[in-house]
Design a protein around this ligand. Structure first.
Ligand SMILES: C[S@@+](CC[C@H](N)C(=O)[O-])C[C@H]1O[C@@H](n2cnc3c(N)ncnc32)[C@H](O)[C@@H]1O
Length: 258
């Protein structure tokens, strides 16, 4: 009888361990396409990271005409003393525009590539801007302090995160309750947007991924020529949100068909 009870207790414990966050595997392996890494998150293949040699492309003069970044900046509602993290900041194309919008606050430019951080630091010196900090991060962690930032800007970067679930959790921790993520991604739904498929994202896919990490979708404003402008919020909760298990790619695809 005692043995039977012990076996029962062991089965219950193992059963519990199977559903814990630690044993939960959010990623699957799949076919590696030309611009991808063969790792899939909720049905989406993660794209390769744009190397620092692409910094010149980020600063191209046609960007204003093609993507209307000044229109994007006009539509970013930020208090002048806000603390904003520009994650996947690259050469700082948006970092310095953000810095002008928060003269009494600051911008933390976060990137995993030391070379990008070095470019950004050089430009900061040349512009004489004082409210920009840089932060060298790692693939699965922004390294931002908890409850520090009012807003996060992600322009053409999220689809490259090789650990999106961990990065979402890291951004969640870094944001103050009620803090917002402004997610800018090339529209996957629009075949006329001249960008490689893995560097685009559909609105539906972004919503599923962010909801699974506890974010509330606020709105999508499609006023830009090529990108979705999506707003997600860290809810103000009495008890912390528990991430839900991701839906499968089949569920997302079925949803898209309906
Ligand atoms: C295509 S660039 C966009 C740069 C900038 N946001 C812009 O629009 O000009 C993407 C940047 O995201 C960075 N990145 C990729 N994965 C990252 C991660 N897990 N955490 C932080 N930055 C990351 C890359 O190093 C690269 O500089």
């Amino acid at each position: 009888m005692r043995l039977l009870l012990s076996l029962l207790a062991l089965t219950v414990t193992l059963g519990r361990a199977d559903t814990s966050e630690k044993s939960f595997q959010p990623y699957t392996e799949g076919p590696k396409t030309r611009d991808g890494i063969g790792k899939y998150f909720m049905g989406r293949e993660i794209s390769q990271v744009m190397g620092h040699l692409g910094a010149g492309w980020l600063e191209r003069s046609e960007r204003e005409q093609e993507e209307k970044p000044s229109l994007l900046m006009k539509n970013l509602e930020l208090a002048e003393d806000a603390v904003v993290a520009d994650i996947g900041a690259g050469s700082g194309y948006f970092t310095f525009k953000l810095a002008e919008k928060v003269p009494k606050g600051k911008v933390i430019a976060v990137d995993i590539q030391q070379e990008m951080i070095d470019i950004l630091k050089k430009r900061r010196k040349a512009f004489g801007i004082e409210n920009v900090e840089t932060l060298l991060s790692v693939e699965d962690d922004t390294r931002l302090p908890e409850n520090e930032v009012d807003a996060v800007l992600l322009v053409d970067a999220y689809h490259e995160f090789s650990f999106p679930r961990e990065m979402l959790a890291s951004m969640y921790r870094a944001l103050k309750p009620g803090g917002r993520i402004f997610l800018l991604e090339y529209r996957a739904e629009d075949p006329l947007v001249p960008i490689k498929p893995l560097h685009k994202m559909s609105q539906k896919q972004a919503k599923v991924e962010y909801a699974a990490s506890g974010f509330r979708w606020v709105e999508t404003r499609d006023f830009l020529p090529r990108q979705h402008f999506m707003i997600f919020e860290k809810p103000i909760l009495k008890t912390p949100a528990k991430p839900k298990s991701p839906e499968t790619s089949e569920e997302i695809k079925a949803d898209e068909r309906s």
